[in-house]
Design a protein around this ligand. Structure first.
Ligand code: MRU
Length: 350
């Protein structure tokens, strides 16, 4: 299964809404198709939507190349794509990189600009592959250094795996690395209502790699922590603010609270592109609210009256106080807060 492939001016996306029962691919030859795929979560996960959006800009350039005001129209497409999902900052980050290319090629020919855009999208993809590997390595070292056991039982929420990135994943990249070292006893995967990314995607990914996994419903996580000796929680992120507050799939906050009460370390694994240092704290993060039918139904089967009032935030914010460490491709930030994060970024620049 390949999450995203670029082939002959077409972005081929694995349709994740159909997993795990059907393996179907969307052949996107227009940017509107990619926008729709991002909105319906055919492609999802913060890094993957950043990469998909970058390729969507290439498709837009190919579609619009003969139009007058070509560059302005392309910038308008970027503005529209940026609104497809508001919480994951990687979407904005990927589009900003593409915008930068447009600005840098202000005087270039249309063909040269399109080539440069395609190169940048490919570069963003390739970069994510490397980033995943580094996060996996740093994360495995971090857990091994902090947990005095031969084999770990870890719990994860949603899907921060190969299906959410260009390669092995962030949180699941760490788990894959640990598994490669023979250090994983078991992974508890939260089902992740309402759209079941944990059941449909994470459990499927781990089973495919023969990594021991036990699927639980979300309301079991606290009890599993109390009774099953969970050694660590590891999740991905959609946006991390300057003080370390972290937006991730709805339910992550509850998992963090339960981990704190049970004295279980809580790790966030995320690329640098998930940091939004323009925001001081999680209170500023826009939280995507999705269609209410996602809560009234499970996989198309109605489970509540059609007119039942619903609240459906797609993400929540875990305050930094509950996070043991953030694992990035450039190293680990222990006890993330405004000071430790500022210092980490200062050292990175040196
Ligand atoms: O709504 P989704 O499925 O896009 O939510 C995904 C998550 O919350 C992931 O944990 C996050 O994007 C990190 S993916 C490496």
């Amino acid at each position: 299964m390949k999450t995203l492939t670029w082939e002959k001016n077409t972005l081929i996306l694995l349709d994740q809404t159909k997993l795990p029962t059907q393996e179907e691919y969307l052949q996107c030859s227009s940017w509107r198709q990619v926008e729709e795929a991002i909105k319906v979560l055919a492609v999802r996960g913060a890094p993957a939507i950043g990469v998909a959006a970058a390729y969507a800009v290439v498709l837009a350039a190919l579609e619009l190349k003969k139009e007058t005001d070509f560059r302005q129209k392309l910038v308008d497409v970027i503005i529209t794509l940026d609104k497809a999902r508001p919480t994951a900052v990687n979407l904005h980050w990927g589009l900003e990189r593409m915008n930068q290319v447009i600005q840098e090629h202000r005087d270039a020919s249309v063909e040269t600009l399109i080539e440069a855009l395609e190169d940048e999208a490919k570069f963003i993809y390739a970069e994510d592959v490397d980033v995943n590997k580094c996060i996996g390595r740093f994360g495995a070292e971090a857990l091994i250094a902090r947990i005095r056991k031969d084999k770990f039982t870890v719990l994860t929420h949603c899907n921060a795996g190969a299906l959410a990135t260009a390669d092995i994943g962030t949180a699941l990249g760490v788990i894959r690395n640990l598994h490669g070292k023979g250090r994983i006893a078991n992974v508890f995967a939260d089902e992740t209502r309402p759209l079941l990314q944990g059941a449909r995607l994470t459990a499927t990914e781990l089973q495919a790699d023969k990594i021991p996994v036990t699927l639980i419903t979300d309301n079991m996580a606290a009890w599993v922590m109390k009774t099953r000796q969970v050694d660590a929680v590891i999740v991905g992120a959609d946006r991390i603010t300057a003080n370390g507050d972290t937006a991730n799939k709805i339910g992550t906050y509850g998992v963090a609270l339960a981990a704190k009460v049970h004295g279980i370390p809580f790790f966030v694994a995320a690329p640098i592109s998930t940091f939004d240092l323009s925001m001081k704290s999680g209170e500023e993060i826009p939280i995507e609210e999705r269609n209410h039918d996602e809560v009234r139904n499970i996989q198309g089967v109605q489970t509540a009256l059609k007119n039942t009032p619903v609240f459906n935030p797609a993400f929540d914010v875990t305050p930094h106080e509950y996070i043991t460490a953030i694992i990035t491709q450039d190293g680990v930030i222990d006890h993330p807060d405004t000071l430790s994060i500022a210092e980490f970024f200062r050292n990175r620049e040196e």
